[in-house]
Design a protein around this ligand. Structure first.
Ligand SMILES: *Cc1c(COP(=O)(O)O)cnc(C)c1O
Length: 380
């Protein structure tokens, strides 16, 4: 519905050509109704610690009229103690998504439409986080999606170099580790080799690292061109508050500060995140619960004929038997169970299932068993 403006011209002409051509990122659906089992966006089934809820409630008073701390200083100090680094190694964002976008704006040179220079390169593996190509497009950057091995493991550096598609000069390389949507963990030794070879900035997106066996934070504190992105959303049950952070060399961090909105992290989010760090044992118990549920659910789905990829995250990628993944998506939805399906060549045969509470996992098994019984009785 593009109604003409007062001048009689279409509003579309007011929008930059690049923006007119953008295809936006599509987040998982967020319906919320009673009885819905929501296993589609990797939210944590356990609530934030009671101490976090108390801190947020205590802060919700007349002080809401005041601006929050512009650099999230108290939270950065706590994070620095937690990770044994300095506050100037840390930048807090409105979710880690904001920080990924800022990294593109900070390190990737856009090119004017008629310039002779080729646009800078944003590089990432596929499949991985589907936000990266969208961020590259917004910046007007070239993108270099490099396929993972067919079993979603990371190709070794020697192979990447031989394959020639991998670009050691890319301005910015995103590596989701552990990976989404595959759930695969990558060894720090392998990441180290990739980082050492890379001449541009490398962002290790560790959104799910608390469910993994190892993390690569040491690389961000050792190499000036490596940044690690973390979030309070997944492991720390705080999606609603939108708090993430980057760790890296003070020079890159202060460059990012320059392009940051003055008050990019809302006050209640800062308070909730800081209170989270005061109650880590509560969260560590939840990580263990989620991992136990993950391993049990994986075994049960295997027995029912699913191919289940090993996971180092709070979700599993599975290939369902008999019917197409898209049909399974619909059949589960008919039973009020929401999972995620990515309609891309490498992932089309799979469903991504968030690890919920044990009761939700059992409802899923029940629904799967029911559907399998139906398909076997109707097939010849
Ligand atoms: C969820 C997710 C994020 C974003 O998390 P927010 O902090 O909520 O913005 C970043 N990277 C990956 C791989 C994710 O899955």
């Amino acid at each position: 519905m593009t109604r003409p403006t007062a001048s009689g011209l279409s509003p579309a002409r007011l929008i930059r050509p690049l923006v007119r051509g953008l295809v936006p990122y599509i987040p998982g659906e967020q319906p919320k109704f009673r009885g819905l089992i929501k296993l589609n966006t990797n939210e944590n089934p356990y609530p934030p610690s009671p101490k976090v809820l108390d801190a947020v409630k205590a802060a919700a008073d007349g002080r809401l009229r005041l601006y929050p701390n512009p650099t999230a200083q108290p939270l950065r100090e706590k994070l620095a103690r937690f990770h044994r680094c300095n506050p100037d190694n840390i930048l807090v964002g409105n979710g880690s998504d904001e920080l990924l976008a800022m990294a593109v704006r900070c390190f990737v040179e856009p090119v004017a439409r008629h310039a002779r220079r080729a646009p800078a390169l944003v590089q990432f593996f596929t499949p991985s986080y589907s936000l990266y190509p969208v961020l590259a497009d917004i910046q007007g950057a070239r993108q270099n999606p490099v396929p993972l091995n067919p079993d979603f493991t990371l190709p070794p550096l020697s192979e990447l170099k031989r394959g020639k598609q991998w670009d050691l000069e890319a301005a910015l390389t995103f590596i989701t580790t552990p990976n989404a949507p595959s759930g695969r963990g990558y060894g720090t030794d392998q990441l180290l080799k990739l980082c050492q070879a890379q001449r541009g900035v490398v962002v290790l997106d560790e959104a799910y690292v608390d469910f993994a066996q190892e993390n690569a934070l040491s690389l961000a504190l050792k190499y000036p061109h490596v940044l690690v992105a973390r979030t309070f959303s997944k492991a720390y049950s705080l999606c609603f508050q939108r708090v993430g952070y980057l760790i890296g060399h003070p020079e890159l961090i202060s460059a990012l500060h320059k392009i940051r909105d003055s008050y990019n992290v809302n006050g209640l989010g800062q308070i909730a995140a800081a209170a989270t760090l005061d109650d880590l044992p509560y969260y560590r118990a939840n990580f263990r619960r989620i991992i136990v549920t993950r391993e049990k659910l994986s075994r049960q789905l295997c027995k029912l004929g699913f191919t289940v990829l090993p996971s180092q995250t709070n979700f599993i990628l599975v290939r369902p038997p008999r019917s197409a993944a898209a049909d399974w998506l619909q059949k589960l939805r008919d039973q009020n169970i929401l999972v995620r399906w990515f309609d891309q060549p490498a992932t089309r045969e799979y469903l991504r299932i968030t690890i919920g509470a044990p009761r939700e996992a059992q409802s899923l098994i029940k629904a799967v068993t029911k559907y399998l019984a139906k398909t076997s009785s109707t097939s010849p």
